[in-house]
Design a protein around this ligand. Structure first.
Ligand code: CP
Ligand code: NVA
Length: 332
């Protein structure tokens, strides 16, 4: 079966452990699962960390990354998302995409499943001259990886787990207080936390809190989430404080509204002072100093944001090595 990575809970808890273990291997020990293969990286939104970390991870695995802007392929404008996916799967061992709408990823993954209609149905040559099927059947089923959608950012969550493990060793029973918008980054983090025994407290203004479906999904994984509208309450005694931008990509028209709604939800030194004495501060970045976090905290002694950014490359390398290795079913 083709394995996709659209959200952290596409992996089992044991598989997540395997991915993190692979991500923690020294570079020289990571199998070159992409040797001589391509990796398509489609971006419908801007990126500093995700593009570079994924490109370099692909190179580290022996592969060749091809960066493709969303406008260039024109998803659902020039041709359907499914046809873009099928086409790229003819050349690449994996399709990674940052999309405006999560359903685009779901459709791409659906088009590339082994069970999808037509996948593997067209042989380039019916048989080799020796009478054996040559195996060159198209479209080829390949994994699809979410490099951020409006619903989730699972590669970020892998890097967050690596960072928390590096800081705390065993993360089980630790508490992360997420202060801000319960959006894509929050969702993947909450699922990843549930799968690794991390407790999550979430402080969001009304209208920006986790919804019932999110809480149920986390609960099914055995996770614990406390939801409050009081950021100081959430921060008190927490082992880590985490935040994300108040206005995500694609929500620019809501910027003023959101600035008002999130007033009081800035991680500042007072809030850090309420957390545990050895607490660390995380941020997926990009940061807006003076909005979700102050410059003093972002650049202060408790901040691990640059380690977290650096871990993006380790995380995606571990993920791709696992996905294209025996654990994930191997490269096509
Ligand atoms: N954290 C993150 O995904 O950053 P970019 O948007 O710059 O890739
Ligand atoms: N929530 C942010 C995350 C950026 C990495 C966004 O979607 O823009």
């Amino acid at each position: 079966m083709t394995r996709h990575f659209l959200e952290v809970d596409d992996l089992s808890c044991d598989e997540l452990d395997d991915v993190l273990a692979t991500a923690s291997l020294p570079m020289a020990e990571v199998p070159k699962v992409l040797a001589g293969r391509g990796a398509a990286l489609v971006f419908e939104k801007p990126s500093a960390r995700t593009r570079s970390s994924t490109e370099l991870a692909v190179v580290g695995l022996g592969g060749h990354p091809v960066y493709i802007q969303g406008l260039e392929v024109g998803i659902d404008e020039r041709e359907t998302a499914e046809d873009v996916a099928r086409t790229l799967a003819c050349y690449h061992a994996v399709l990674c995409a940052r999309v405006l709408d999560h359903t685009t990823l779901v459709r791409m993954a659906g088009a590339l499943d082994e069970s999808a209609p037509g996948v593997g149905s067209t042989a380039l040559f019916d048989e080799d001259s020796d009478g054996h099927d040559d195996g060159d059947r198209f479209p080829v089923p390949v994994p699809v990886v979410n490099l951020l959608s409006d619903r989730g950012h699972p590669c970020q969550a892998l890097a967050d787990l690596l960072t928390l493990r590096q800081v705390f060793g065993n993360v089980e029973g630790r508490t992360v207080a997420f202060i801000g918008d319960a959006n894509n980054v929050w969702r993947s983090l909450a699922l990843a936390a549930a799968m690794t025994g991390i407790r999550v407290r979430t402080a969001s203004p009304e209208g920006y809190e986790p919804d019932a479906d999110d809480l149920a999904r986390v609960a099914r994984l055995g996770g614990e989430i406390e939801v409050t509208s009081d950021p100081m309450e959430a921060a008190t005694g927490a082992d880590a404080l985490y935040t994300d931008v108040w206005t995500s990509m694609g929500q620019e028209e809501e910027q003023e509204l959101r600035r008002k709604a999130f007033a009081g939800f800035t991680i500042d030194e007072d809030m850090v002072g309420r957390a545990a004495p050895d607490a660390v501060v995380l941020h997926c970045l990009p940061a807006h100093r003076g909005e979700e976090i102050t410059a003093a905290v972002l650049e202060g002694p408790r901040s691990v944001v640059w380690r977290q950014a650096a871990n993006r490359m380790n995380a995606v390398r571990g993920l791709l090595a696992w996905l294209l290795g025996p654990g994930g079913g191997g490269a096509r």
